[in-house]
Design a protein around this ligand. Sequence first.
Ligand code: HEC
Length: 96
Amino acid sequence: MGRVNFLCAVLGLSVISGAMLPVAQASEGKDLHEKHCQRCHDDGIYTRKNPLVLTYPALGERVRFCDNAAGAHMSASQLQSVIDYLNTQFYKFDKP
Ligand code: HEC
């Protein structure tokens, strides 16, 4: 492999993995949410008229609270991907 080809391959790979990362995280959050979070309420609760959660930090607190209630014991990074999933999909808060 020539030098230029090699460089192209390295650049190409980093572009691909860079582009795929957010998608992987988004689907992790979605999967975790499907698995742990739909026993007591469905998605409708996130868009109800008088939502409990009004800010991004409050969303984080609520997800941790409900993680406890669910007995899911998610890791910090799993919690973060659920928080980001809910924020992207429903709440759309500006991240502080
Ligand atoms: C054991 C039952 C239970 C489980 C399991 C559960 N929740 Fe909840 N969740 C509740 C209840 C009850 C409320 C509403 C509390 C209220 O209205 O005072 C709620 C409310 C919420 C809200 C706030 C909705 C709003 O009004 O803005 C979020 C966000 C939320 N849950 C996220 C989650 C996530 C994420 C999971 C999975 C980790 C989860 N919940 C699993 C019981 C549960």
